[in-house]
Design a protein around this ligand. Sequence first.
Ligand code: NA7
Length: 538
Amino acid sequence: MASVTPDFDAVVIGAGFSGMYMLKALRDKLGLKVRVIEAGETVGGTWYWNRYPGARCDSDSYIYCYTFDKQLLREWEWSERYPQQPEILRYLEHVAKRHDLKRDIQFNTRVTGGAFDEATNLWTVETDDGAKVTARYLIAAVGSLSDTNIPSFKGMGDFKGQIYHTSRFPKEGVDFTAKRVAVVGTGATAVQAIPEIAQQAKHLTVFQRTANYCVPARNGKVDPELVKARKDDYDGIVERIRDSFFGQEHYFIPRSALDDTPEQREEEFDKRWDAGGFAFWLSNYQDMFFSQEANDFCADYIQRKIRATVKDPEVAEMLIPKGHAYGTKRQPLDTNYYETFNKDNVLLVDAATYGGIEAITKKGIRAGGRDYEVDIIVLATGFDALTGPIKALHLKGRGGAALEAAWSDGPHTYLGISVAGFPNLFTITGPQSPSVLTNMPVAIEQHVEWVTDCIDAMQKAGKTTIEATPEAQDEWGAHVNEVVSMTLLPGANSWYMSANIEGKPRAFLPYLGPEGMGGYRRKCDEVAANGYEGFTLA
Ligand code: NA7
């Protein structure tokens, strides 16, 4: 075995929440030489790229932040319950400065490939500036929702106006004043953007492929007394969210929806509806995700709310989801979303009612045989979730095997953090980990800390490689699928199920463990305590 000194101990790809903390932990805790490679011009990841109108976090701000820096937790003041994108970006810039991170981040550089060399046990990472660097460890901190999905509509190049994807909005913003605008998509992003765009645009046409169940966000200033109480209780909060199901202070009602009377159910639903945010989704009856009958009660409640809010009964019916159970797609949070369809300048074109998008034309969008003339098209069409950003790195493991080929039928991982045949590669919040089903910073901190401890243990034991065994990987994949198959989630054509993109093999992408995030953390800790069970260390 040739002994070669790598350029870096670790290369981290991405400088969002994950990459920033990964750098901090490896450099400042373990003393490693680390290089972060980031495509954007500054830190932020998701919060750097997603700057569409109305972009804000859907988790409460007091838990949508790092918890490793206790002093910062106390010092930082969020302006609202759910901060807007610029405020989160300011927070991340502040963290970068406070921990002196930027000196180890190479910005404006995209990773175009990476290969594991079995002779040296090192990764060689290639970037779009033509450079190559070597490292012992390769950490993909590329985000779960960062690979933009731009559908290949017929005639896309013909349009004479402007087309923007929400996750690639111009930095200087877009002036919609006096413009006829189309928004394609009605996911969580569109639900935030549509009310904002409708306020400015002369006319807005919304192209809906699938209706979504939206619940009120109830954003606003947080009572200063509550802010203080939370700051005084941060140790308790951190402990609770780390051990919780979804990385949030949300807990199921510990009984079946079928056990309550209609009046009791209504009262429980009202409480969660009034609380706003993810309460209705994640603090509801414990059988809501398992029993269609229980789920129907929740769906019926929201359907009644939609009918009560949207004045035109035909539009209300189009906005009511058909064909998937409540909560089986990502919960969008609504601030004036349903009300927006009462405005005279807003038109809803529903694929099921009026026909789907056939083509982009010179002047707009053709759907259901009709032409809709617009000046600007906003694609709120989402992402090639979880697997997309990792496949886009074009990684090659042992024997030159490509990750794209290994994942051609969906992701295969051990714990969502490691891939058999790809030694010393770690995927932060990768597919088959809790990731997008949690409050992301909680999942990110858990992965970063686990990887840091793992590398520390390897260094101390004089090991140079760690890699998942194919058996452990197969078992994990079977477990991921077995657990989700007990729920209603596989019945929805969601991006969780890889169903948002034509041709993407249907597979459940995150991990929904029987004990949620807390249980997953315990499983990872157990694996480490048992000498990295399921991995081969050499
Ligand atoms: P989503 O949730 O994937 O939403 C994308 C929307 O675009 C959704 O309504 C899609 O319909 C629609 N879509 C996607 N492709 C097409 C095509 N080809 N034609 C018409 N309509 C299409 O992405 P978001 O950005 O809203 O949210 C992603 C996550 O970011 C969010 O959940 C948060 O975690 C942050 P579909 O429902 O697939 O039928």
